[in-house]
Ligand binder design. Structure first.
Ligand code: BGC
Ligand code: BGC
Length: 809
């Protein structure tokens, strides 16, 4: 079927198909001898990758597993502030453990993989480069090669061998929460970059990963881990280019994708992983599964999945459940459900990669790379590359009367998120979601504001920053920075492309300054093109800055002229995505928006004036603005809410991932996986009845819920009780404490194996004193005793069909 109507790409695959196997013969005698000497147990152990939170070096000695990873937001000793030395020491410890045969392992050096997707982004002090969407706009293959080499050197400096990048996704629907990880919405730039990145990383002796095979960016409605519905020809043609280019550059690993293809999970697809990728495209490295990706195959669990191995997965990322996985896989081999030849093939591929990286020589990570300890992490050289990337990635979308670049020799006001490096860096930055960071978490980094301030000061101008746009002396011009709060993966999925439909803070600031007669340059920090017609209309100039990272001076390089009023650097960024003129596809909301405001390739040059029609764009959304629902938590905490714990010693401690406890330690919150990663929270109270501890979601500003209350909306919490309360439990809603209303829900909490819904009408909270026009804390749980529950979804909604709504007490 594949070769019925071949186009160029498919023809290439087809021409290879009749010959099996087309990958290089597995005839390395050293590897074959190694494998011949291994027991089945040692072989399966080689195929396992565990996460550093869930395995110790001692266990590596005992079980001899082949690989470890650190997931997003996971650090040595779970310490966010782990030093480079801590990383290297842990790498050495795991490495030494893998060589130790005293408990029966094969003694093969372990390989450590990490998500260095925009720099070595799990490490404090690393250079954080713009996310891929910005690099796509820069359209500069040499630049991405420089970035890949710099990233690989920083990774090597921590003793790590393997990077889970490049993402070669082609993002077709901007509602996808991983759009920013893609260089483009079509093949050209992805094809041009994939080989460059792979080569540059691997020249540093660091393995690269082309991910996520295949069709991750083509899912229905842009739903993360969803279903890509295409013929095989279209799938390869629209989403395949990165793999063929990466393989041509000898990429050592490919990661399987969470998505399905026409309803079938990729992780279990023999046709795609073995027939197409390995036999068809001739990929002879190894395929790694994604985080518990095997568990999503019907009939499999995180602990067991013969189908994935049979489909062609060679290394299995089982972060937590690797021990039962090992036992169960051995039993499957014993029962003949997995052939020994498949195991031998997988182990050959893994050992071959280790050999190509030089790992089999057995040198410790600390002595393997010249980069270790040489101060390359966050080096001036790497930061200069990042700064270049920032200035080349910015796309000037609107420029009335050629306003930009600005003279630095004037009085400039900077407002909004200009001084927040965390927001400028987005997801996959220190933490998985990129939340919970402050500027202090970026030593050596420069915020957009600081970058502007340095150049303005040097040119003799004056500059002030105020978050809300207030000022004392009327400025000559204002730069307002606004954009998306950080997110990663499915937590960033959205239903339509409206930007900040609820608060519109950036727009308000722009309009206020304009009303005062001040020209405004809008700088938009975003992981994707969004429908921002109102913001574009309101501002005089509008710059798409994507997620630039730690080197904010790159923004000043193009926004400002030099001290002699000359252009410093022209705007080089051109859209690598279409930019929408509508919030949804008005014909069919399942499809991507096809009403395009700025086409692929668009971007103005410095001083070039834009079209007048950019003052009068349609601002009317297709999707009704009046939300029938305010989501607080679904797969993750939704903006503008943030999770906190508190007790009398500290009422407000941010939950930013991992396990966080209250100050007295009587309440903890942690992330748990229910259907997908971190889509639940476990809340545990261990108090002795004497003092309250609480968990809550809160926003910086109050939200008006009166329209929802008129629709009889309720706060709906889906939960599972794990431990009965030992003292009274209250659920509170605040309108900026002490404005507040509490309900006693002790009697409502029921133990059961099933998920339960607690639906509490907004009117009950109003009766208890809540001013529904300014709710800043939609849900706060508090008790002094013991209690444990899982929480999955929390929303304020008028859609209450099938729910038992509580009567007010
Ligand atoms: C883990 C992260 C990991 C992420 C992958 C989370 O549950 O905590 O470490 O990178 O899943 O999606
Ligand atoms: C992501 C991968 C990542 C892995 C390890 C997964 O959830 O999909 O891109 O490499 O986690 O953190």
């Amino acid at each position: 079927m594949l070769c019925r109507a071949p186009n160029f790409f498919v023809a290439v695959v087809c021409s290879l198909l009749p010959f099996s196997p087309s990958w290089a013969e597995q005839n390395d005698t050293e590897l074959l001898a190694l494998i011949a000497g291994m027991s089945t147990e040692q072989k399966v152990a080689q195929m396992i990758q565990a996460e550093i939170k869930y395995i110790t070096p001692e266990q590596v000695v005992e079980f001899g597993i082949g690989s470890i990873l650190n997931g997003g937001g996971s650090f040595p000793q779970s310490n966010k502030y782990a030093t480079v030395q801590d990383w290297v020491e842990l790498a050495d410890a795991f490495h030494a453990a893998s060589l130790d045969r005293s408990q029966g392992s094969a003694g093969i050096p372990i390989i450590w993989g990490t998500d260095a997707v925009h720099g070595h982004n799990n490490v404090i002090g690393a250079t954080i480069f713009p996310h891929n969407i910005g690099l796509g706009a820069a359209n500069n293959p040499q630049l991405v090669a420089d970035i890949a080499a710099a990233t690989a050197r920083e990774v090597a400096a921590t003793g790590i061998d393997w990077i889970f990048a490049p993402t070669v996704a082609i993002a077709k629907d901007d509602r996808w929460g991983r759009t920013y990880e893609a260089y483009s919405d079509r093949s050209d730039i992805v094809g041009r970059y994939a080989g460059q990145v792979v080569r540059a990383m691997q020249q540093q002796n660091i393995a690269a990963t082309a991910k996520h095979f295949i069709g991750d960016g083509g899912t229905f409605r842009g739903i993360d881990q969803g279903d890509t519905r295409l013929s095989l020809e279209q799938l390869l043609l629209e989403h395949g280019i990165g793999y063929s280019e990466a393989i041509a550059a000898d990429v050592l690993t490919v990661m399987a994708s969470f998505n399905s293809w026409n309803g079938e999970k990729l992780h279990g697809s023999y046709d795609l992983i073995t027939t197409i990728l390995k036999e068809g495209l001739g990929f002879d490295g190894f395929v790694v599964s994604d985080w518990n990706g095997i568990g999503q195959i019907p009939g499999c669990s995180n602990e067991s999945c013969a189908q994935a191995i049979n489909a062609g997965i060679d290394m299995i990322m089982v972060p937590e459940d690797w021990q039962p996985f090992l036992t169960k896989t051995l039993a499957q081999i014993e029962r003949g459900e997995i052939a020994m030849s498949r195991i031998d093939d997988a182990v050959y591929r893994i050992l071959s990669v280790k050999k190509q990286l030089g790992l089999l020589d057995g040198a410790a990570p600390s002595s393997r790379h010249s980069a270790v300890g040489s101060g390359v992490i966050g080096s001036a050289k790497h930061r200069a590359i990042a700064r270049q990337a920032v200035r080349e990635s910015l796309v000037l979308l609107k420029n009335s009367r050629g306003l930009v670049p600005l003279s630095p020799d004037q009085n400039i006001l900077v407002a909004g998120l200009a001084d927040d490096i965390g927001v400028a860096s987005g997801g996959w930055t220190i933490s998985w979601q990129g939340t919970g960071n402050t500027n202090a978490d970026f030593p050596g980094g420069t915020s957009i504001y600081t970058g502007l301030a340095q150049q303005v000061a040097a040119a003799g101008g004056s500059i002030n920053y105020s978050a809300n746009g207030d000022y004392q002396n009327k400025p000559d011009v204002a730069i307002v920075v606004f954009g998306e709060q950080p997110y990663a993966e499915g937590q960033g999925d959205i239903d339509n492309l409206q930007f900040d439909a609820a608060a519109k803070q950036g727009l308000q600031t722009v309009r206020k300054l304009k009303a005062e007669g001040i020209p405004v340059v809008a700088v938009f920090l975003t992981g994707r093109p969004l429908w921002v017609n109102a913001e574009i209309n309101a501002a005089d100039a509008f710059v798409a800055a994507w997620l630039p990272g730690t080197e904010g001076e790159g923004v000043a390089d193009v926004l400002l002229r030099d001290a002699k009023d000359q252009v410093q650097y022209n705007f080089r960024g051109r859209l690598s995505f279409d930019w929408p003129n509508s919030d949804v596809n008005s014909e069919n909301r399942d499809l991507p928006v096809d009403d395009i405001l700025f086409p692929y390739g668009y971007g103005l040059s410095a001083g070039e004036a834009s079209d007048k029609r950019l003052d009068n764009l349609n601002e009317e959304p297709t999707v009704a603005a009046a939300a029938s629902e305010v989501v607080v938590f679904q797969r993750g905490t939704k903006a503008p809410w943030r999770p906190y714990v508190g007790d009398a010693s500290n009422w407000r401690k941010l939950y930013s991932g991992g396990v966080v406890a209250t100050q007295y330690g009587e309440m903890t919150v942690s992330s748990v996986d229910i259907m997908v990663q971190e889509d639940g929270r476990k809340l545990s109270w261990q108090g002795n009845g004497k003092r309250e501890s609480q968990f809550y979601w809160q926003a910086d500003q109050g939200m008006d819920l009166t329209a929802l209350a008129e629709d009889n909306a309720a706060l709906v919490v889906s939960y599972q009780l794990l431990r009965e309360p030992s003292s009274a439990v209250t659920l509170r809603m605040d309108c900026s404490y002490p404005c507040s209303g509490a309900l006693d829900i002790t009697a409502e909490l029921q133990m059961s194996q099933e998920w339960q819904n607690l639906a509490l009408p907004l009117s009950c909270f109003a009766q208890r004193g809540v001013d529904l026009s300014k709710v800043n804390t939609p849900m706060l749980l508090s008790t002094a005793g013991q209690l444990e529950l899982l929480v999955r979804n929390v929303a304020i909604t008028a859609q209450l069909d099938g729910l038992t709504v509580q009567a007010c007490q």
